[in-house]
Structure formats: C-alpha cells, structure tokens
Design a binder for this molecule. Structure first.
Ligand SMILES: [Zn+2]
Length: 346
C-alpha cells in the first residue's frame, strides 16, 4: 500500500478515483491517511461510444461498485477524482472538436466533470489521464516528501502524454493545456538519420516529441522510413498499423530494425527531458507507457538510452533521478484520487 501523506491521521473519510478510458472505467478508493483500499484493477465498461448519458451512468456504476467492494459507506466519501483522455479543459469540458475517445457530436464541449458531479451529488475534481498518471508516479516515488518535490513524466502510448508536477501539484495552466509534452518541438539533430524525412504530428507540428515517441509516430513516420532500410524485414509484409503494434515484441528480441526505431524514441524523450531540465529542473524524470510492461532487459535499455540523451549539468545529475511510472494500468485512477484528496481540507 502507498503512503501519500503522513500528516493526515484519522482514516475517517475517503476519496474515490475514477479513470475513464475508451473501453473501461477503473476505480479506486484512497483513505484520508493515504492508503489505497484497492490493490488491483477494478473495471467496468465505460460506454463512451454510446454518448455522454450512458457514459455518466457507467461512471456512477463504477463509483457505487467500488464502494460496495471496499465496504465503504457513501457518507464517508468527501470527493471524487475523475480522469479522462484529453483534450479537455482544466475543469473537464471535452474539447469542442471532440477527440479520439469522445468522437460523437454529443461529446463536443460536454462538461463531463459537472455532469458526474450532478449525477452523484459529490464534488468531482478533474485531471487528464496523463496528468493523473504523472501525479500518481510523483506521490508514489516521493511519499511523504512529495509536496516539496517536482517532477516531469512522459508516457508513451497512442500519443505521448505527460505531466509536470511542482510542489506535489500538477501544473495545469490557464487553459488546462500545460504538460502537453508530446507537442513540444525538439532539436532533431542526433535523433534522425540524415536522409530521414522530418516527422509530422497529427497536431500539425513538425518534429515534436509525439511525432517520434508514440505508436502513431511509429506508424506514420518512423516505421515507413526504417522499412526502406530493412526491406526484407517480416514487418514489411504487414499493414503499417499492425506492424507498429508488433514492433515492441521485436525490440524485446533485439531486432535491429526495432532497436533503431525505439532508439530514436528514447533519444527524442531525452531531448524533451533536456528542455525540462532547463525549464523546471525537476527532481525526477518519469517514463511510462507500453515500455514499462516490456521485457526487463529491453525496458532497462530504453530507460538508459533516455537517460544518456538527457543532458544534465553535473549538479542536476547528482540531484535528479530517472524512474518508470509504476502500476501503469492503475495510475490514472490512483492519480485522480490523489488529486481529489488534495482538495479536501485536512
Ligand atoms: Zn503534436
């Protein structure tokens, strides 16, 4: 169990964390002393493709079910933390353009936080999923000293999510768009081959982190190039989206094409962390995503490559650590719960 804050004494109240994903919700309970009452993934279908009304009912079901599972009376719940994939405002209004998960028109501009708050009659605190995972990694890593520390997290998935934590709190920004680390443009020297086209991101930027360090970046940019260098590779026979998903398995077997692609991803994240070092000079650099679940040897090689490509000053090297985001499948719900806990007066 994780110790979040040693100062809070009586476990006389709790907060609930709800992580809303494309197919499932995941729920957890965190008590006032910083103990999680759930040590595993507890999921129900999220029904986001059925539109907001069904999705809010599914979140309410997840809330009720997790209280039942942990034998927690409703009267003990002080707040609920909710995280979803972005883009959304800092108060949980889904982008007016929709998003991958919230593609139905009824989702566009929908206030998911407000709707859940109305439905369950308790204060709901919102975070985007990457920010929630960053917050959990931060509190898990630093424990009782979390409120004195800063960190940056990069989470490689379909896109590249991230979060910036300062003094134990997520930096969310004026419009809720702080910590969108995937769309930070990085110097490409030392990342790309000389004859390699400059990668383009879905956001329209050239050479941002997500255009390289994401599944989308592999499918759209890196793999098409590297397959021209390895034309006889078995993945050349696969549709590109499937080939991109299969690539990690090849990386774990030390396949040269896969290592070339993942090496470029790790160097891109190193460039991002170098920018972070000069921006907020964090105490910890966290790396998350599929690579966390990979074979330990491959995972360590990836983390080492990120570290070798993060240019820190000597003083920073002595003060900062590199680590993986733990419990990634539960990190969203747990981070949302931590965010909720922070809003309840001690
Ligand atoms: Zn971008």
């Amino acid at each position: 169990m994780d110790h979040i804050d040693a100062v809070r004494t009586p476990a006389s109240w709790v907060v609930v964390g709800l992580d809303n994903g494309g197919t499932c919700n995941n729920a957890t309970v965190l008590d006032a002393t910083g103990q999680f009452l759930v040590d595993r993934l507890v999921e129900n279908p999220s029904r986001v493709q059925d539109g907001p009304e069904s999705a809010i009912e599914s979140l309410a079901d997840a809330f009720t079910a997790i209280l039942e599972l942990t034998s927690t009376p409703l009267s003990l719940v002080r707040a609920v933390g909710l995280d979803t994939p972005g883009p959304a405002s800092s108060t949980g209004v889904i982008s007016s353009k929709g998003s991958t998960n919230f593609s139905q028109v009824s989702w566009h501009g929908f206030d998911i936080r407000g709707a859940l708050e109305d439905r369950i009659g308790l204060p709901v605190v919102y975070a985007n999923d990457a920010n929630a995972a960053a917050l959990y990694a931060h509190h898990r890593h630093f424990g009782p000293t979390a409120t004195e520390k800063s960190s940056v997290a990069a989470i490689v998935g379909t896109g590249l999510g991230g979060g910036v934590v300062e003094g134990g709190k997520v930096v969310s920004g004026t419009a809720g768009m702080a910590g969108e680390l995937g769309h930070v443009q990085i110097p490409l020297h030392g990342v790309l081959k000389e004859d390699q086209p400059v990668p383009v991101c879905n956001c329209g930027f050239e050479g941002d982190v997500e255009s390289i360090a994401s599944l989308t970046g592999i499918a759209n940019n890196l793999l098409p190039y590297w397959l021209t260098r390895f034309p006889d590779h078995p993945l050349a026979a696969e549709p590109i989206a499937r080939a991109a998903k299969l690539l990690r398995g090849y990386g774990e077997k030390q396949d040269p094409l896969a290592l070339a692609v993942f090496g470029q991803q790790a160097r891109a994240i190193g460039k991002l962390f170098t920018i972070a070092a000069n921006f907020t000079d964090p105490a910890a650099y966290f790396l998350g995503g599929g690579v966390v679940e990979a074979d330990p040897r491959f995972r360590q090689w990836f983390l080492n490559t990120v570290r070798e490509n993060t240019q820190l000053r000597r003083e920073q090297q002595e003060a900062a650590t590199f680590a993986l985001v733990p419990d990634l499948d539960m990190a969203g719900a747990r981070g949302a719960a931590v965010a909720a806990l922070d809003t309840v007066p001690a």
